[in-house]
Design a protein around this ligand. Structure first.
Ligand SMILES: Cc1cc2nc3c(=O)[nH]c(=O)nc-3n(C[C@H](O)[C@H](O)[C@H](O)COP(=O)(O)OP(=O)(O)OC[C@H]3O[C@@H](n4cnc5c(N)ncnc54)[C@H](O)[C@@H]3O)c2cc1C
Length: 480
């Protein structure tokens, strides 16, 4: 098996960072080119550390990536899907509709680091929750133009479609959570928490349940109240703009992975696509290298920015990593389905996104913001009966629901289903105890990804925060 000499030339473009004097000779290997791995690689090259990023797929982005829209029903199993040059010509959509929020501090910061201007890729909108209900009055909650958290109190107080009791109970809940700083002594299910605070059925169905499913991708009767409250604290308690919705103007590939790749390569980093790491080389409690299909790369530092199931497999053979492996085994997965329906180009939602209550379809996004007129993305989070339907049957069900809710629309012209079966980890009660930190028991081996102990749900922000923290801790360790 050939060994690659992994030393890299220093880039003339490298940033001159004051903290860059480190005793690193061999490059750091980042395994995985999702948002966590890319962020880690950006931070490393920013500190002038030679970096090689190995990604098993033919494209970057991982679970937040571009895919071509084709008139067919297909299932994509995570990031193994490759985009052939022929397919690239098709309309670009995402492997699942994503929404960012104003509280994504680390994500917005890494965009700035690589020179991506927020207003060039994101459309900011003040929090507005439109919930369309079958046979009942729709609900609309719009945050007020007041400092946080008064903006949310205003939104609930003047919400449309809620009774006085609904509003008072929701406000009482928010005030009670604020009093305990959105933290609980013991974790419990979200439903249990809502019931303890006497939330009405309508408030649960039209506010808390959709928020929980959208952010934790977990059903409310088993979802972790710890993680849900942490999310509420991040979004509602600091600045008013933290609760803004941020819609991307472009597909996910162009939003971050592509500019990130350009930045990393310009600053001396090396990105290798189609390179699957199959084994770690660990001796005497030290990482010595990584094994690919037909080669080995020697190194002293490795960041595994792979999904937790892959990290679990790669760490399985080593007794020193057994506790980490056993922890990761406890974290289960949840799917997210996205059904893309192309209607005639004059079909409009009249807003970017609407929540749907009482149907299998949970959210509908109008992709005219991407210039894709008449294209709707319908999102179904978490597990459910829809997962046992085949793609044709799922499309039929979703189209029927949409035609009932929007009877003025004509039939869809094209359709595509994307099932991400391992979209996120399952944010069940007490799952935080199984989420590891970035440092492992093996010297020089680090882990990063949305599943690590950020306290946040599995989101882009969790991935970016984890990648950034991991790289900073690694750099610090090299400076010591
Ligand atoms: C359908 C869907 C909708 C979502 N919606 C939202 C949303 O609206 N808002 C939000 O904030 N978040 C959302 N998320 C979650 C978000 O996409 C993820 O939390 C985030 O992308 C995870 O990034 P990561 O870098 O931790 O992991 P990943 O993206 O999984 O990256 C891991 C990378 O490692 C690579 N890899 C795996 N094995 C190997 C190997 N052996 N060798 C080399 N490389 C390997 C993979 O190909 C992948 O590129 C959604 C996710 C999905 C799937």
């Amino acid at each position: 098996m050939p060994h690659i000499n992994s030393a890299l030339p220093r880039s003339p473009h490298a940033n001159h960072n004051k903290h860059s004097v480190v005793k690193q000779v061999k490059p750091v290997i980042v395994v995985g080119g999702g948002w966590a791995g890319l962020t880690a690689a950006i931070e490393l090259v920013r500190h002038e550390i030679p970096t090689i990023l190995l990604e098993s797929a033919k494209q970057l982005g991982g679970r937040a990536r571009r895919v071509p829209f084709e008139n067919k029903v297909c299932a994509i199993n995570n990031s193994d899907a490759e985009t052939s040059p022929k397919k690239q010509a098709a309309i670009p959509v995402d492997n699942g509709q994503h929404l960012l929020i104003g509280a994504y501090e680390s994500t917005l910061s890494i965009f700035r680091t690589i020179g991506v201007r927020e207003d060039s890729i994101l459309k900011r909108q003040r929090l507005t929750l439109n919930i369309k209900r079958r046979y009942r009055r729709d609900v609309k909650i719009t945050a007020g133009r007041l400092p946080a958290p008064l903006h949310i109190a205003w939104g609930l107080l003047f919400a449309r479609g809620l009774s006085i009791t609904d509003r008072i109970r929701a406000l009482t809940f928010c005030a009670a959570m604020s009093n305990i700083d959105f933290t609980l002594d013991k974790d419990e299910s979200c439903l249990n928490l809502f019931n303890r605070y006497q939330q009405t059925d309508v408030i649960i169905k039209c506010l808390w349940e959709p928020l929980c499913l959208a952010t934790l991708n977990t059903k409310i009767d088993i979802a972790s109240a710890h993680i849900f409250l942490r999310m509420l604290r991040e979004v509602f308690t600091h600045a008013r703009t933290d609760s803004d919705f941020l819609y991307t103007y472009t597909d996910l590939g162009a939003t971050f992975p592509e500019p990130a790749m350009e930045y990393i390569e310009k600053n001396g980093g090396n990105i290798r696509l189609g390179q699957r790491v199959i084994e770690l080389n660990i001796k005497n409690l030290r990482i010595q290298g990584v094994k690919l299909n037909n080669t080995t790369i020697e190194c002293e530092q490795v960041i595994l920015a792979t999904p937790h199931s892959v990290t679990q497999k790669l760490t399985a053979p080593y007794t020193e990593l057994r506790p980490l492996h056993d922890q990761l085994k406890e974290l289960d997965h949840q799917p997210i389905c996205t059904v893309y329906l192309q209607y005639p180009s004059n079909t409009r939602l009249n807003t970017e996104m609407i929540g749907l209550e009482g149907t299998t379809s949970q959210w509908i996004f109008d992709r005219s913001i991407y210039g894709q007129f008449g294209l709707m993305a319908i999102v179904i989070s978490s597990d459910g009966n829809h997962m046992s339907l085949d793609n044709d049957a799922l499309c039929e069900l979703v189209e029927k629901e949409i035609s009932e809710l929007f009877p003025q629309w004509s039939s869809a012209l094209k359709r595509m289903v994307i099932r991400e079966k391992r979209a996120t980890f399952h944010s069940t009660t007490n799952c935080n105890q199984f989420r590891p930190g970035n440092k492992t028991a093996v010297n020089g081996l680090w882990v990063a990804g949305d599943y690590t102990n950020t306290g946040l749900p599995a989101t882009l922000e969790s991935a970016v925060r984890s990648g950034s923290r991991c790289a900073h801790t690694l750099v610090k360790s090299l400076q010591c």
